[in-house]
Design a protein around this ligand. Structure first.
Ligand SMILES: [Zn+2]
Length: 305
């Protein structure tokens, strides 16, 4: 058994994962709102409870978080960065958890955990190279090769959400978009839920949530359908740059917007026009795991023992 914990903005979910990928136990608690030390406490309590359930054996522990762990700073500390749960930023989360538990853990961002869960036990189980994309509040990504996460010295591998959109996507938005990271026209400003919302607002003058736009598109509403059609083009053009770079066997979409069914029927052929090959063989797939992917992927940060 391995323990995987997903630290989300509202919930902490911890699981015991069997060697065959079954969730044997699951614990969910509320995430303490914007309180760092209470968040550490809550995480450790969930982990300790799962360790008791797995007795007499002690399990490895992987944790999925928003943002990422920085490389060591000048004091040798690895601090959290890029988290949308702001209270984690600048905090030594890994060290604090390990000091409290008394053993080593592994921490990765939630997009990496998502990609790993799908590569190890999900739709991408037969794929050698996998690009996992989260299309939700933000636009994250993770790269898995031979069921191993690729991270890199800056620990930002797969963070394609903060690449600049291609010119062919700039043509599809009314005006430049500011990203929270300080740059302009990041992929995330177009492909996240907020991006879709902005595109619908530009087209219709109406401010709706992304989930509502997707629902209206499915019910045949013209403005919403056109917005989703454009979103498919935007996604295809942004993803074609990923295919040119890493040529993955499979791209798996996750996050709230991955429920939009048109993505799977329209995006592959649209990508074909932009990828540097005549017949693209990369598969685009919906995920197997929904909200459970974070905890499953976190458990997979350690090899089976
Ligand atoms: Zn950005």
């Amino acid at each position: 058994m391995r323990i995987g914990v997903d630290l989300g903005g509202t919930k902490i979910e911890g699981i015991l994962l069997s060697p065959s990928g079954e969730v044997a136990e699951k614990i969910r608690v509320d995430t303490p709102a914007q309180k760092y030390l209470e968040t550490v406490d809550a995480l450790c309590e969930v982990i300790e409870q799962l360790q008791r359930l797995s007795l007499p054996k002690k399990c490895s522990v992987g944790i999925g978080t928003p943002g990422a762990l920085s490389p060591s700073n000048e004091y040798g500390l690895k601090l959290m960065k890029n988290c949308n749960s702001i209270c984690l930023n600048g905090e030594p989360l890994k060290v604090d958890i390990e000091n409290r538990l008394g053993y080593a853990t592994r921490i990765e961002n939630d997009a990496n955990c998502f990609a790993l869960s799908e590569a190890c036990y999900g739709v991408a189980i037969s794929a050698r190279t996998v690009f996992g994309v989260i299309l939700g509040t933000g636009t994250g990504g993770g790269i898995v090769i031979d069921k191993q996460l690729h991270t890199g010295p800056n620990r930002i591998a797969g963070e394609w959400g903060h690449n600049c959109i291609p010119n062919s996507v700039r043509e599809l938005i009314a005006q430049d978009r500011q990203c929270y990271c300080g740059r302009t026209n990041c992929n995330e400003t177009v492909l996240s839920g907020r991006g879709l919302k902005q595109s619908y607002l530009e087209r219709s003058g109406i401010d709706l949530e992304a989930t509502e736009i997707a629902r209206l598109a499915n019910s045949g509403d013209v403005e919403a359908s056109e917005t989703v059609k454009t979103y498919c083009k935007q996604l295809a053009r942004c993803l074609s740059t990923v295919v040119n770079l890493m040529d993955p066997d499979m791209i798996v979409l996750g996050g709230g917007l991955s429920n939009i069914s048109q993505l799977y029927t329209q995006v592959p052929s649209l990508m074909n026009e932009h990828v540097f090959t005549d017949n693209m063989l990369t598969k685009l797939s919906a995920p197997k795991f929904g909200d459970a992917s974070g905890a499953i992927g976190a458990a997979c940060l350690w090899p089976l023992d």
